[in-house]
Design a protein around this ligand. Structure first.
Ligand SMILES: Nc1ncnc2c1ncn2[C@@H]1O[C@H](COP(=O)(O)OP(=O)(O)OP(=O)(O)O)[C@@H](O)[C@H]1O
Length: 633
């Protein structure tokens, strides 16, 4: 019985978009269908490890690509795992990917931008409709009876029909009825060119018709027959010297479903206690679900060339979740399960080895391809930095690869390494100074920087959310301690000369009375009030204790609703005794005005460092009163 069903709304939307946006790359439909066919043979090989009967005495896995000029069709067949009726409906009528919603939200309507996004999302089976006005899928799941096969037909217009058929050969056969305008695809020669360009790396043979060969007298020597057009050897098992960059890139697209080339890769073979081969890629663009920590892992696990599984979170640490690739090892049993993998010490060590190779690749990129490293950093830097807290064993290496914005640069670009910073340190400087803030502008204009700017000392401006965790885990780099400029008393160490120290003492002495006055008026709002030489332009700023949570982090936690779990650390108000406003306060005889001014100093300091006033309306009133009074006098 034939049934007609509707596509899920998202599929309809995706189909429309795909046909428009990807038209200029229409040849990719063949890559996608072959990629799916290859995955289907991988799955069968894996399932047959425990259920040999699935192979139905036909273990020669292969893909066939043929075309029929008369009928205007191209057919891609495989003898892989195939699909049951339910699977067909599920796989070819809906999109069951995590992050689908996020993907649709990001679509802009700009064909070029969307093409990229669709590419990252995965074009897959539906790309057939770029060139076909009707697609027929006939499939039988391995192990099912011949009459349990199904035929799925759709014109890509929102509906598909599905019916039971007889199919003796296991696997899936996809027939594209090619659009009138795409008739030039209907040639073995063209198809062969496309297949060899895009799919040479596929590890099962791709069979295509070979043109008949004739001898000089016109007798046929070889009849038209099917012949493998690819090397049919898993790419990563080949020697590096035999693989061209194009082949590496095509393989990347196959495993990642990315549309663009990869930025860099590392292909390595490790022998000794553990034996494994890895081929790891850094993509150029971030996937749409980069910040979903639950997102699918990008590294596939093979055991002795047999695909075992993807989405093994254990294969890569979280901070490298954007890496795509393959690990093939002979150290694990072929029938390894997810549960065993979870506890496998062997896998831990393989992972550690692979991580080292990835870090070495990134170091090489930073050293020799600066522009590409910048692309990497801008795209993945904020995720990569999570590693400083996550991967203690590689902390130093990771820190060396990090890039930051700093007061030495004119903008928010993150391009200063800790090594650059150390090289530029002033004579007598023994710390790496930084400030954390919510935005670049807040960091750059923070009063806490005043003395450092005056003395020409560079300060790192850390404004990614993850930075608080970075400095919470990274205490030093190459023997130099990291120090926040907004924590603890101003301590310039050997950078301060005798005159500075004397000035500090003098300032404190001279400001004794005004400090006491302000303290009385602010009460328990602050931990303390003290005079400082940290400020050159601003009247006041807030600092926290050296070991307290920064104000920035406290705010972030409060935003995340975790305010009640954190120890409340009150800030200390530091004042610039030389500032006219502070002097005015010191000379003010009226206690009420003193109280107002004290409150104003506190509010200003809080605002200047990105904090939120508890009572903004009163602040405005106070400010206005002061302005009016200043005008009147
Ligand atoms: N030749 C095939 N044999 C068996 N199953 C297939 C075949 N082609 C597609 N499928 C099934 O249909 C699903 C959807 O395919 P589709 O190409 O749309 O997405 P995908 O391969 O999962 O991911 P991507 O969109 O990133 O390529 C596949 O995951 C697979 O389960």
């Amino acid at each position: 019985m034939k049934e007609t069903l509707s596509f899920q709304t998202e599929v309809k939307q995706l189909l429309q978009l795909m046909i428009h946006s990807l038209y200029s790359n229409k040849e990719i439909f063949l890559r996608e269908l072959i990629s799916n066919a290859a995955d289907a043979t991988d799955k069968l090989r894996f399932e047959s490890l425990n259920q040999a009967a699935l192979l139905e005495n036909d273990g020669d896995l292969k893909i066939t690509v043929t075309c029929d000029v008369e009928a205007k069709t191209i057919t891609v067949s495989d003898n892989g795992i195939g699909m049951s009726r339910e699977e067909v409906i599920e796989n070819l009528g809906t999109i069951a990917k995590s992050g689908t919603k996020a993907f649709f939200e990001q679509l802009s309507g700009d064909a070029k931008k969307d093409a990229n996004l669709i590419g990252q999302f995965g074009v897959g089976f539906y790309s057939a409709f770029i060139v076909a006005d009707e697609v027929t899928v006939e499939t039988r799941r391995a192990g099912a009876a011949a009459h349990e096969a199904v035929r799925w037909v759709s014109r890509g217009d929102g509906e598909f029909s599905i019916e039971a058929i007889e199919k003796t050969e296991r696997g899936t056969s996809i027939t594209l009825h090619v659009k009138e305008a795409e008739a030039e695809l209907l040639s073995d020669w063209t198809l062969r060119r496309i297949v060899t360009t895009y799919s040479d790396h596929i590890s099962v043979p791709i069979l295509m018709k070979q043109a008949p060969q004739y001898d000089d007298e016109g007798n046929i020597i070889h009849a038209e027959e099917l012949e493998a057009v690819n090397q049919a050897q898993a790419l990563w098992t080949r020697s590096k010297n035999d693989i061209s960059d194009e082949q590496y890139q095509e393989f990347y697209k196959h495993i990642s479903h990315d549309f663009q080339d990869a930025l860099a890769w590392s292909h390595f073979r490790v022998e000794g206690k553990h034996e494994y081969t890895g081929l790891m890629y850094v993509p150029k663009a971030a996937p749409y679900d980069l910040y979903e920590r639950e997102a699918k892992g990008g590294v596939k696990l093979y055991v002795k060339r047999v695909f075992i599984m993807d989405d093994v979170q254990k294969l890569m640490p979280m901070y490298l979740r954007f890496i795509k690739g393959v690990i093939d090892t002979s150290d694990l049993p072929l029938n390894v399960s997810r549960e065993i993998l979870q506890q496998s010490r062997d896998l831990d060590q393989i992972r550690a080895g692979a991580v080292k190779k990835i870090l070495a690749m990134l170091e090489d990129l930073a050293k020799n391809r600066a522009e590409d490293y910048t692309t990497f950093w801008n795209t993945f830097g904020s995720v990569f930095k999570e590693g400083i807290g996550e991967d203690a064993a590689n902390k130093n290496k990771l820190a060396g690869l990090c890039r930051f914005a700093s007061t030495a640069g004119g903008d928010a670009t993150q391009n200063v390494s800790l090594a650059d910073y150390i090289e530029r340190m002033k004579e007598g400087q023994d710390k790496i100074y930084y400030i954390t803030a919510e935005t670049y502008a807040a960091a750059k204009n923070s009063p806490h920087l005043e003395i450092y700017l005056k003395k020409g000392i560079e300060v790192l401006l850390l404004t990614d959310r993850v930075d608080e965790w970075v400095v919470g885990s990274l205490f030093e780099f190459e023997g130099k301690k990291l120090a926040s400029v907004s924590k603890g008393e101003l301590d310039l160490g050997d950078l301060a000369n005798e005159a500075d120290k004397a000035e500090q003492e003098k300032a404190q002495e001279a400001a004794k009375d005004v400090v006491a006055t302000i303290k009385t008026h602010l009460g328990d709002k602050v931990a303390d009030v003290r005079a400082t030489t940290r400020l050159t332009e601003s009247p006041a700023c807030l600092v926290v204790g050296e070991f307290d949570m920064s104000q920035n982090l406290q705010r972030m936690l409060a935003q995340a609703g975790a305010a009640d779990q954190m120890p409340s650390a009150k800030p200390t108000l530091e004042i610039n005794a030389e500032h006219v406003l502070v002097q005015r306060l010191a000379n003010e005889g009226n206690g009420v005005i003193q109280a107002e001014l004290s409150q104003l100093l506190y509010d200003q300091a809080l605002l200047a460092e990105g904090g939120k006033l508890e009572d903004p309306a009163s602040f405005v009133k106070r400010m206005n009163q002061l302005l009016v009074a200043a005008h009147a006098s």
